[in-house]
Write a protein that binds this ligand. Structure first.
Ligand code: FE2
Length: 385
């Protein structure tokens, strides 16, 4: 007993010096003391340190801010300087990691008239959504796709693709990639040397030869409930939709046809893009929704651990995410990180508001992490899904 007291006294005497030495030794060996919290963290949440303090925040990027910068960049950076003339949305909670929410990466791009970039491919799944211009171009594995506002174009993992613009006007599009997720999984890789066979030899090419008709995706998959039996529906890795372009006109038409339906109190009239062969999500990592908020409509608050990037596409309104209000207009981008309560409001009593939403929900569902709950009108919290 006496010895114990003596030990404790001795420990107390030089505890600070010994702790300092211990922390130094741990750091030297790339180890960390779980019990010690960083002074910078006011919440003293030890588990938060596993995330190195990076956590996506609710945030909005205004297209009115981005658009002039796209034109400025287009003047200063030519294709000869860099093919990667995109502007990336970096969530302030994730910086310097280039992520819009923890799993998703978003970038806006302005293409000069008649500009076509050389093909490349990567292990990352990506989409392009047309914002302005009707002649945006993406070639995907030999399918030449020309697209306009609201059209969704897939460039799946490992699919060779090249982007550009066939029009005489500038064209803006936005891309969303599962890049931060694939980086966490150490699964991101890129290739730039595109080759095609010529006289029995593989030669480098800066353009993809068309191997499919420009209406291939629509012809093969645009007739819901009917599937041509003689086509090979395993395109690319087979883990994604074989339909490489989803036209906005069809999404708009479907939303419109449900205008008089009650819809969901938490999601209003929301439709999900699906793989026409399996009925599952377009990608195993990301899913996409079109969402109609009718004049004056306001969704009830909900909370889920899937992270979303919301692109208002038509109309104006606001969202409340994590208690903060974000006023939006067409082509803005809003980060709704998992874990935050959120609700969307159409600010007009006469005009529709339409949102295009990207979510990492399939990843969370596959891994068994997905949780969603909502508040009822009376404020009661109920499990959703
Ligand atoms: Fe790409």
């Amino acid at each position: 007993m006496a010895n114990r007291a003596k030990d404790a006294a001795a420990r107390g005497c030089n505890r600070n010096a010994r702790l300092k030495a211990l922390y130094g030794k741990l750091e030297e060996l790339d180890l960390a003391p779980y019990w010690a919290v960083q002074n910078a963290r006011e919440d003293h949440e030890e588990d938060g340190q596993v995330l190195k303090g990076r956590r996506a925040q609710p945030f909005i990027w205004k297209y009115a801010d981005i658009e002039p910068l796209l034109y400025e960049a287009a003047e200063l950076i030519t294709m000869d300087d860099s093919e990667r003339r995109s502007i990336v949305l970096v969530n302030p909670g994730m910086a310097p990691v280039r992520a819009t929410v923890s799993t998703l990466y978003t970038a806006y791009r302005l293409n000069d008239p008649r500009e076509i970039m050389p093909p490349h491919r990567h292990s990352i799944n990506a989409v392009r959504i047309g914002l302005t211009g009707t002649q945006n171009f993406t070639g995907v594995e030999g399918e030449p796709i020309t697209f306009g506002p609201g059209d969704l174009v897939l460039t799946p993992a490992d699919a060779w693709h090249n982007h550009g613009n066939h029009g005489d006007d500038f064209a803006v599009n936005v891309s969303v990639l599962d890049l931060p997720l694939s980086e966490v999984l150490n699964a991101a890789s890129f290739e730039h040397d595109y080759r095609e066979e010529e006289d029995g030899k593989l030669v480098s090419r800066c353009q993809q030869s068309a191997r499919y008709s420009d209406d291939y995706s629509h012809k093969a998959y645009g007739y819901g409930g009917l599937k041509p039996r003689f086509l090979d529906h395993k395109r690319g890795t087979g883990w994604h939709s074989p339909m490489y372009v989803y036209r906005w006109s069809r999404t708009r038409e479907l939303l419109e046809s449900y205008r008089d339906h009650d819809g969901s109190p938490w999601d209003a009239i929301q439709v999900e893009y699906t793989n026409p062969v399996t009925g599952r999500t377009v990608y195993p990592t990301m899913t996409f929704f079109g969402q109609l908020l009718r004049p004056g409509e306001r969704t009830l608050p909900q909370q889920q651990n899937a992270s979303q990037v919301v692109f208002p596409f038509h109309g104006s309104g606001h969202s409340i995410i994590g208690g903060k209000r974000f006023d939006w207009e067409p082509f803005d981008a809003v980060a709704a990180p998992g874990g935050e309560w959120y609700e969307h409001v159409n600010g007009s009593n006469s005009e529709d508001a339409i949102l295009f939403v990207v979510s990492d929900e399939p990843t969370l569902k596959t891994l068994g992490f997905y949780r969603r709950q909502g508040k009822t009108k009376s404020g009661e919290i109920v499990a959703l899904d």
